[in-house]
Write a protein that binds this ligand. Structure first.
Ligand code: SF4
Ligand code: FES
Length: 258
């Protein structure tokens, strides 16, 4: 057995083992990912760096999965230099694997600040602009937090038209119609959840009641529009075919039977 000093504490360790193995055996935590006890170390992830005073008296960071213990070796596992290097290593790894929850959880465990998980938004603001300028519902806004911009819903403004989802170039806005309810979400975060209206002609769920109300409010009704009828675009097209001589109901019945 030999003595080494980890974080100012003298501990007895077995000769020839690595600093990481010695630390583990003594309940001292050092982050690591590419180390495996059954394999030779590769020094790839660089997370296990510890501070060592070199023979020239300089503070250096060395990989504890490779560094072997020796008598009176003194190391620090949480110095400023270690934390600086650790943060850099975590962020390098996350550049390659931004969705890795294992890396993110490990960073959290060691209190390492890392770049937030990308959500696929390129901040083009098409969704916000179309919602403001064309739909006029102003249901989305860009919120800045710690130098990161994020699309957020303006609570209660979404009318469930789905225009933002149609324009989003990265497809992160989703529209899901289920059980007569339309749900609009950005990467799992719900922007709006609204009941769907049934077409009086064919019976399909085709638009949200909020959207239909909104259209009525911001547009002037066309003289041919029967305002009391809620019809989907296909049925409206059928209705507006002025060459038809049959009644609307007969037309629909025949259309449904084709
Ligand atoms: S959610 Fe889509 S449309 Fe909106 S800013 Fe992000 S990428 Fe652009
Ligand atoms: S555990 Fe990956 S470099 Fe040491």
């Amino acid at each position: 057995m030999i003595d080494i000093i980890i974080d100012k504490k003298k501990i007895g360790v077995r000769e020839n083992q690595t600093v990481l193995a010695a630390a583990k055996e003594n309940g001292i935590k050092i982050p690591h990912l590419c180390f495996h006890p059954a394999l030779r170390p590769s020094g790839s992830c660089k997370l296990c760096g510890v501070e060592v005073i070199s023979t020239g008296g300089k503070q250096v960071v060395m990989l504890s999965c490779i560094l072997k213990v020796k008598e009176n070796l003194e190391i620090k596992t949480d110095s400023e230099l270690v934390r600086f290097n650790r943060e850099k290593s975590f962020n390098n790894l996350l550049q390659m694997a931004p969705d890795s929850s294992r890396i993110r959880n490990l960073a959290k465990e060691f209190d390492v600040p890392v770049t937030p998980q990308p959500n696929g938004c390129i901040n083009c603001r098409l969704c916000i602009r179309v919602c403001n300028e064309i739909v006029k519902a102003s249901a989305l806004k860009m919120v800045k937090n710690k130098n990161k911009s994020r699309i957020m819903p303006e609570l209660g403004h979404c009318i469930g038209c789905g225009t933002c989802a149609n324009l989003c170039p990265t497809d992160i806005i989703k529209v899901n119609d289920q059980d007569s309810v339309r749900t609009i979400s950005i990467k799992g975060e719900i922007i709006g959840q609204l009941p769907l209206e049934q077409c009086e002609g064919c019976g399909n769920m085709y638009a949200t009641a909020s959207f239909l109300r909104h259209v009525q409010e911001i547009t002037h009704p066309h003289p041919d529009t029967k305002e009391h009828h809620h019809l989907c675009p296909s049925c409206i097209k059928l209705m507006s075919n002025r060459t038809l001589t049959r009644t609307f109901h007969e037309t629909l019945v025949s259309w449904k039977n084709t």
